[in-house]
Design a protein around this ligand. Structure first.
Ligand code: A3P
Length: 296
């Protein structure tokens, strides 16, 4: 397999108005007809909302706080990313999911209207992780610079516009967070916030435990908090994506585990950019009961 340079630049193509990679678009029929099973657990999020963090917490819960068991494999092999398609011979998320014995924990970034309908039919449990727009934008900008599988972000100024108009992979952040929010009471969805998790991880992990109908001792809970902290995950090769070749992710441009804090947007937006962003934000989020904290 030739993985040099920009080989993995996957191109983009819309699915029902949502920007996706070309491979995802071309395989859309198969992704849409994915067969979920009743005991599947799905971790859903907009990119850069804290997906990997949630995955590690969930795995630590499922392994009763045994961090060595969680190191059995990388994040992306432990939890198939259902819509993700790579050029052969690399495996697609669908292949990995089909090979996995139940009970499976799966990952998706799909907006709610594009979730394969079998997840609703089977009444699967879903954990949705949401993060404030400005920090997601900053994180997505840096991630787009370092991963070779996504379009180049352009300049910071250009990227703000792409984000606002939803011309980024997986579409509009605004529609994504609102779409899942509007479905949360009709289905088994636990809707969580990155900022809450950062503020009080124990409290939020307890919510996940309850949702998963699991109990752990106080000692195990402390272990989960410790091993899923940013500092520990940053140095865990099974959780920090450093096992991928630099032709897929180049951590020397920007590490996957970059800062891991709420409020880093203040180091990126000028006052004028922030004001313009907030004005547009209010228009796009008008009428929704969903609110975010941009710092803690
Ligand atoms: P930053 O780029 O702001 O640092 P995702 O997993 O959805 O792609 O999200 C990645 C973002 O989550 C990155 O944000 C990353 O640093 C952050 N992150 C990953 N693990 C974390 C943890 N244990 N605690 C806090 N943030 C974490």
């Amino acid at each position: 397999l030739h993985l040099e340079g920009k080989y993995l630049e996957l191109g983009t193509k819309e699915v029902n108005g949502i920007l996706m990679t070309k491979l995802i678009s071309d395989n859309w029929d198969q992704i849409w007809s994915f067969q979920a099973k009743p005991d599947d657990l799905l971790i859903a999020s907009y990119p850069k909302a804290g997906t990997t963090w949630t995955q590690e917490i969930v795995d630590m819960i499922q392994q009763d706080g045994d961090e060595l068991k969680c190191q059995r494999n990388t994040t992306y092999e432990r939890h198939p990313f259902i819509e993700w398609e790579m050029p052969p011979p690399l495996k697609s998320g669908l292949d990995l999911a089909k090979e996995m014995p139940s009970p499976r924990t799966l990952k998706t970034h799909l907006p709610v209207q594009l979730l394969p309908p079998s997840f609703w039919k089977e009444n699967c449990k879903i954990i949705y992780m949401a993060r404030n727009a400005k920090d997601v934008l900053v994180s997505y900008y840096h991630f787009s610079r370092m991963t070779k599988t996504m379009p180049e972000p352009g300049t910071w100024e250009e990227y703000i516009e792409s984000f606002k108009t939803g011309k980024v992979l997986w579409g509009s952040w605004y529609d994504h967070v609102k779409g899942w929010w509007d479905q949360k009471d009709q289905h088994r969805i636990l809707y969580l916030f990155y900022e809450d998790m950062k503020e009080d991880p124990k409290r939020e992990i307890r919510k996940i435990l309850k949702f998963l109908e699991k109990e752990v001792t106080e000692e195990v809970l402390d272990k989960i908090v410790y091993h899923t902290s940013f500092q520990v995950m940053k140095h865990n090769p099974m959780a920090n994506y450093t096992t991928l070749p630099s032709s897929i992710m180049d951590h020397s441009i920007s590490p996957f585990m970059r800062k891991g804090i709420p409020g880093d947007w203040k180091n990126h937006f000028t006052v004028a950019q922030s004001e313009a962003f907030d004005k547009d934000y209010r228009e796009k989020m008008a009428g929704s009961t969903l609110t975010f904290r941009t710092e803690i």
